[in-house]
Design a binder for this molecule. Structure first.
Ligand code: SF4
Length: 374
């Protein structure tokens, strides 16, 4: 399959690994920001193939994992209302809230539906004019434009019974938060190619310069990751810190202007809480004043929620790259994809799920666990 098999070629992978081995002279810690990249790395054992000097630290780039518990509890409260059809991507249904998940809301009579696009939810709203239809809009710069477009479309078509529960986050402020953390060990970043295909690379040179870190825009196939690591290690060894595009087949430096215009029309930048990390200034989007009528948080007034995180879950440390998933005492015992304590064990992009599914570490996943998305 074009753009997939050719980027999984073992011979080319060996050559890239040889180049990395020939270049590296001392230890370096690189963070891959995106959860999709984490899964490629663990699935193909890339971290084990790299020389010992190159450590890959898994970053907070799983959208499901960083959605704050308070927002999940709000989703659960809205979804349980009899007048609501609550629509979401499948990943979110098993993410534990403080005392239940969306599956449990559905089993108790809530109308919770899995959709494959926010436009599917809009169509459900058109077909059910006497019900309120809410779409759970989470994720990074990649999922925000279609959600923005759907709200834009709802207003254009005059569909009043549609709203969005928004928890969108932005990558550059997260990089800044990681670099200013006192416990930070990261010396370079593999930036997420799909985010840059939307937003371009314009926000990165200032970060690379201020924190003296190479930032290499990288794709998602094994050769993409290895090429990203090769370019990053070369910069580190030379004492350079520039922004480099190792994913030119998808990323242009200016990104996608049409998607950016849609984001600017519908959303505005806001401070956003990240699960396990805390509030990061200017790290998210919310609906702008013009579209506030479509904001589910305003429509359903779900304030005053008290959250309860499971004490055993160390997903905040996992998301910040401070521990690897198997260093959590609950990993594979009290916490598995079938019975997750934290979102990082649920999501198809979560680091704990990746370690459980691909590295296994003495436990064998059941067929249901090997396919955690509902
Ligand atoms: S293994 Fe489970 S309990 Fe431990 S950090 Fe990951 S999600 Fe949380």
């Amino acid at each position: 399959m074009k753009y997939l098999e050719e980027f999984q070629n073992p011979e080319l992978a060996r050559r890239l690994l040889d180049e990395i081995r020939a270049t590296v002279t001392r230890p370096w810690a690189l963070m891959e920001v995106c959860g999709g990249q984490t899964h490629t790395i663990i699935r193909h054992g890339i971290d084990q193939l790299l020389p010992d000097e190159v450590e890959l630290i898994h970053g907070p780039g799983c959208p499901v994992c960083v959605t704050p518990l308070e927002v999940i509890d709000k989703a659960l409260e809205i979804a349980a209302r009899p007048d609501v059809i609550f629509c979401s991507f499948g990943d979110m249904l098993r993410v534990p809230g403080s005392d239940r998940d969306l599956f449990q809301v559905r089993s108790r009579g809530g109308d919770v539906r899995v959709v494959y696009s926010p436009l599917d939810a809009l169509k459900i709203a058109q077909q059910n004019p006497h019900r309120e239809v809410v779409f759970f809009g989470i994720g990074f710069e990649t999922t925000a434009p279609p959600n923005a477009m759907t709200v834009h479309q709802a207003r254009k078509l005059g569909i009043p019974n549609f709203s969005l529960l928004v928890s969108h986050v932005r990558v550059p402020p997260a990089i800044e938060a990681i670099m200013t953390s006192p416990s930070c060990r990261v010396q370079a970043f593999l930036a997420a190619g799909h985010v840059c295909s939307v937003m371009g690379m314009g926000e990165y040179p200032e970060l690379a310069d201020r924190f003296q870190v190479p930032i290499v825009v990288t794709g998602f196939e094994p050769l993409d990751i290895l090429e990203g690591v090769r370019r990053t290690v070369r910069q580190l060894e030379r004492g350079e810190h520039t922004v480099d595009n190792a994913y030119p087949r998808a990323v242009r430096s200016e990104g996608n202007p049409a998607a950016q215009a849609m984001l600017a029309d519908v959303f505005e930048v806001t401070d956003r809480a990240w699960r396990g990390i805390g509030t990061i200034p200017a790290s998210g989007w919310r609906l702008s004043e013009r579209y506030r009528d479509y904001d589910a948080e305003y429509r359903f007034s779900v304030d005053g929620i008290t959250t309860r995180e499971p004490a055993a879950c160390r997903s905040g440390e996992v998301l910040q790259g401070l521990i690897k998933p198997h260093e959590c005492e609950a990993f594979g015992t009290a916490c598995t994809p079938r019975s997750p304590l934290g979102a990082t064990m649920v999501s198809s992009e979560g680091a704990c799920a990746a370690y459980y599914l691909y590295r296994r570490l003495g436990t064998t996943p059941t067929p249901q666990e090997a396919s955690p998305v509902a």
